[in-house]
Design a protein. Structure first.
Length: 160
């Protein structure tokens, strides 16, 4: 038997003031996007903001449905919206934040599995890593320079 060891690098910031101006602005936009989330069932609202290589910013938020499998996450809404407008412009950074209707979120909110795969597909499509900036309502901010940091064993087109 052989063992494979996987490691990730996470930059941890204790406040938004420690971030670069671009990262701080994107995180602030993600927090604003929370306000337009449609989450009447879970009361868990997520906002996302992404910046394209051309500087344009796109927002997304989660959109629930009584039939839960039909829900869309904030990250995918933002990614698909940006790709529908500029399919050949790489995403440079994606910020994610959330608010729970049941408790304060003090830990960073990370993408779900479907969003992780979708973020990877965007990186693959444009051959460009996407910087991730993640925070709950308050607390530490996690930053990573690629989705591969939290999805190291990706499913790629090489398998097809």
């Amino acid at each position: 038997m052989k063992k494979l060891s996987l490691t990730s690098t996470v930059e941890v910031y204790s406040s938004i003031e420690e971030l670069s101006d671009q990262d701080a602005e994107l995180l602030a936009q993600a927090k604003k996007a929370i306000d337009n989330a449609y989450a009447p069932y879970s009361k868990f609202k997520v906002g996302a903001a992404l910046r394209l290589a051309n500087g344009e910013v796109f927002l997304g938020n989660n959109q629930e449905n009584a039939a839960y499998p039909l829900c869309l996450c904030a990250e995918r809404v933002a990614l698909f919206y940006a790709a529908s407008k500029h399919p050949d412009v790489p995403v440079k950074a994606l910020a994610i934040s959330a608010k729970s209707g049941s408790k304060p979120l003090t830990d960073p909110v990370t993408p779900c599995g479907s969003c992780r795969q979708t973020i990877f597909e965007s990186e693959f499509r444009n051959q460009t890593p996407i910087r991730l900036i993640m925070q709950g309502e308050t607390g530490d901010i996690y930053c990573m320079n690629s989705i591969r940091e939290i999805l190291p064993l990706t499913f790629t087109a090489d398998f097809l």
